[in-house]
Structures are given as C-alpha cells and as structure tokens.
Design a binder for this molecule. Structure first.
Ligand SMILES: Nc1ncnc2c1ncn2[C@@H]1O[C@H](COP(=O)(O)OP(=O)(O)OP(=O)(O)O)[C@@H](O)[C@H]1O
Ligand SMILES: Cc1cn([C@H]2C[C@H](O)[C@@H](COP(=O)(O)O)O2)c(=O)[nH]c1=O
Length: 222
C-alpha cells in the first residue's frame, strides 16, 4: 500500500475537502472516493462536517432552532473540535482524509443566514487549509431535485429554485476565493454523470496530486 504519511517518512497525510450546493452529491461522492482510494492503495478515510461529535449533532439537527451568528459559532466550534480530534490525527497517521463539507460551506451557508463575510473570515482564521479543495457543481434544478428526492431535513436545504440558484452563485464565489487564497482547488461540473464515474474521475485527479512516500531505507542503508 502506498502511504502519504508521517509515520516513517515524517510527512503528513493529505486533506481533500468537498464542497458544493445541497444535493449536488458530496456525501455520495466522498464515500465512493474513499473506497476507490483504498482500492488503488492509498490509506483513506472519509468524514463529514458538521461532525458526528455532540457539538456537530447539535448543529446538524438544530438549524431550525439556531440562527445567524449563533449557528455560525456553533458550526465553527464543531469544526475546530473535528479538526483537532479527527482530521489532524488521521493526517498524522498518514491517511488521505476526504471531508464532506469544510470551511467554504460556511462562506455560503452562514452568508445565506445573514452573517457578514468578515465575521466568517475571522472565525476560520486558524483553520487548517485543505491540501486540495474540490467543488462540485450541477445545474440548480438538478441539485434541487436530488435534494428533494433524498429528503430535506435542514433549513438550508432548498425551498425553491431561486434559493438553489443563490446557493450555487455563492459556491462559485467561495471556490474563486479558495483558489485566490492559494489553496489548490479543483472545480468539477457533475452534469448528468453517475456518482461512480464522478468519484472515479476525481480520484484520478486527486491521486496525481498526492505526494507519494519515498521508499523507506532499510536499517543500515545509507
Ligand atoms: N451523480 C449522481 N447522479 C444521480 N444522483 C446522484 C448523484 N450523486 C448523488 N445522487 C443522489 O442525489 C441525492 C443527494 O446526494 P447527496 O446526499 O450525496 O448530496 P449532498 O451534496 O451531500 O447533499 P446535502 O448537502 O444536501 O447533504 C441522493 O439521493 C444521491 O443518491
Ligand atoms: C458545514 C455547515 C453546515 N451547516 C448546517 C447546514 C446543514 O443543515 C447541515 C449540513 O448538512 P448536509 O447534510 O451536509 O446538508 O449543517 C451550517 O449551518 N454551516 C456550515 O458551515
């Protein structure tokens, strides 16, 4: 198995984040991606934000209770806890971490909730940047239909085409902002491609960017 990791080589793992509009297929794709990466020999794991921690569960289930600045801070608290207790340890173990939603989602969802951009930027000043930020896009009509078919459980899941279009516009801005900040950024238009094909295409591009570990020297070799 190839390794990206810090154990023997002293190098860290690789953080791939997936952002994009509700219903575009982030959760489905991140799971396929993890499986493909494992199949081709990369130690990989997938995780999600909000996380499975008690703070994350509160944020995920509480979008009808919490609003604006308060929800923004709650999600940020979960995100920092998740980075410290899940993402960083996995990276230190040399794994590829595929994270379903990351900081760019805050620049969209929090703004939809009226939170000023400067407040969001200040909140995430200390968040570890992704090694590769992937943005998935599809026509707002497609995202809307998929989210509605899957089931709507959050205030941020669309209630109409205008909301889906606004979310798509903000994700386009977030992708440009992420790229401008120096984070390697991949923008992928899903069109009507099935999720296996989307994940396989992304896996090819991602594995090409992951630095592979040099062969470990045997004891006594110089
Ligand atoms: N490429 C695809 N083609 C067709 N259907 C898809 C594709 N990807 C995902 N789906 C379906 O669309 C629905 C939404 O997918 P998923 O939950 O992965 O989206 P998401 O971006 O994570 O949404 P959210 O942000 O709302 O959680 C699911 O029913 C899923 O099976
Ligand atoms: C990342 C992020 C999430 N939220 C809220 C909005 C949604 O209800 C959930 C995410 O669930 P999904 O299945 O991925 O749609 O969490 C938020 O308010 N702010 C954020 O930055």
């Amino acid at each position: 198995m190839q390794s990206t990791g810090a154990n023997e080589s002293g190098r860290n793992g690789f953080l791939v984040t997936l952002d994009g509009p509700s219903g575009v297929g982030k959760t489905t794709c991140s799971q396929h991606l993890r499986n493909i990466l494992l199949q081709v020999g990369f130690p990989a794991t997938c995780t999600t934000q909000p996380s499975a921690s008690p703070i994350g569960a509160l944020a995920r289930s509480g979008t009808h209770t919490f609003h604006g600045l308060a929800l923004s801070c709650l999600v940020a608290a979960d995100r920092y806890h998740h980075i410290a207790t899940v993402i960083e340890p996995e990276l230190k173990a040399g794994r590829v971490v595929v994270c379903d939603r990351y900081v760019p989602s805050a620049f969209v969802l929090d703004r939809l909730d009226g939170v000023p951009r400067e407040f969001i930027a200040d909140l995430y000043r200390y968040a570890r940047p992704a090694d590769l930020a992937v943005f998935l896009f599809a026509d707002p009509e497609v995202c809307l239909r998929r989210a509605q078919t899957r089931g709507v459980y959050s205030r941020f899941h669309h209630d109409g085409l205008a909301a889906a279009e606004r979310e798509s516009t903000l994700f386009t801005e977030a992708a440009e902002q992420t790229r401008a900040s120096g984070t390697p950024t991949l923008i992928h238009h899903v069109a009507d491609t099935d999720s296996d094909t989307v994940a396989a295409t992304l896996a090819q591009q991602i594995t090409a960017l992951i630095p592979s570990r040099p062969p470990t020297a045997h004891r006594g070799e110089s």
